[in-house]
Ligand binder design. Structure first.
Ligand code: SF4
Ligand code: MG
Length: 313
């Protein structure tokens, strides 16, 4: 609720603050148990920072995070450690996120040992079971990450996340670094695991075509704010926000009854350092009005579970 993460920009030997990066600027959304919420936006819009703030891997500047009804924002470190068992993350880069000096078995076992879930031969047994669950072989436990392909490494990362029986997994662009042919396999695996273990996902991606397959609801982010939330079907057929429409126009829609024209956005994404006032999309929006420069649009309900933050509605 109203999550913010501002990073100060400092200069000189006395760290004089010269500005602030508004990476996440008042984000609110809900993820229901067992669903996948897609969080979409161009790179640098604050998706990953939002994901890390939810787990408090980065401390939010303000706002609240409710998990199973409990505000975890002010939990003490020991309590937060216990909570982390329930909430895991899968990273974008399967090359950088696995320790190259540990065997795959050690990598997967580490969170179990850390959280006191299993140790010794019991941990080993669980590791072998997890390898099987994610489609790898038992003998892979004694190999090192560099011996694996990108897709296999992402499977290792997934096994590691599953090792503590989490309820929520933040998937931070888990397939963006993979070949297209491998992407579908990893997404299918994530879907199977969701069914099997009743997992809840926040699935972060920079393009709508990837989240389309996996998400039941989608939240669109622009420059640190969420601009539209809707079920996937509603969003693809009936997007309201000019930014969402532009994003959608960039991907092929398989439905021939949906007419579409390619909307090209003017200019680049503005810097999150001193972002535009009011609706921060106004510098690129062809519908921008006087009020857009002055006032931040609030969320309005435009359909069942469909919300949009734009002065046009
Ligand atoms: Fe465009 Fe104004 Fe809507 Fe922002 S609030 S998207 S500038 S019309
Ligand atoms: Mg990112």
């Amino acid at each position: 609720r109203k999550l913010k993460k501002y990073f100060p920009i400092t200069k000189g030997i006395f760290s004089r603050q010269v500005g602030v990066v508004k990476a996440v600027d008042g984000v609110s959304f809900t993820v229901h148990k067992g669903e996948t919420l897609g969080l979409v936006g161009e790179s640098g819009c604050g998706k990953s920072t939002t994901g890390r703030c939810i787990l408090r891997l980065i401390e939010p500047t303000s706002g609240d995070i409710y998990f199973q009804g409990k505000n975890i924002r002010n939990l003490k470190p020991a309590e937060m450690r216990r909570m982390r068992k329930e909430m895991q993350i899968i990273f974008q880069d399967p090359y950088a996120s696995l320790n190259p000096r540990m065997t795959v078995g050690e990598i997967i076992a580490e969170p179990m040992l850390l959280h006191g879930i299993a140790k010794g031969s019991e941990a080993r047994k669980r590791v072998l079971k997890l390898l099987d669950t994610v489609g790898l072989m038992k003998y892979h436990a004694d190999r090192y990450p560099h011996e694996f392909s990108g897709g296999q490494r992402q499977r290792i990362g997934i096994a590691r996340a599953l090792a503590v029986n989490p309820k929520l997994i933040i998937c931070d662009e888990p397939v963006s670094a993979l070949d297209v042919s491998i992407q579908a396999q990893v997404i299918n695996l994530l879907e199977d695991l969701q069914q099997e273990f009743g997992l809840t996902y926040v699935f972060i991606a920079h393009d709508l075509s990837v989240v389309k397959h996996i998400s039941r609801r989608v939240a669109v982010m622009y420059l640190g704010r969420i601009v539209e939330v809707a079920s996937d079907k509603e969003l693809y057929r009936n997007a309201h926000h000019p930014y969402t429409k532009a994003l959608l126009s960039a991907i092929p829609i398989p439905d021939p009854t949906v007419k579409k024209e390619r909307i090209i956005l003017e200019g680049d994404v503005p810097s999150p350092i001193n972002p535009p006032s009011g609706c921060n999309f106004h510098t690129r929006c062809k519908y921008a009005m006087e009020i857009c420069r002055r006032e931040v649009p609030t969320f309005k309900e435009v359909g069942d579970g469909h919300q949009v933050a734009c002065h046009l509605f």
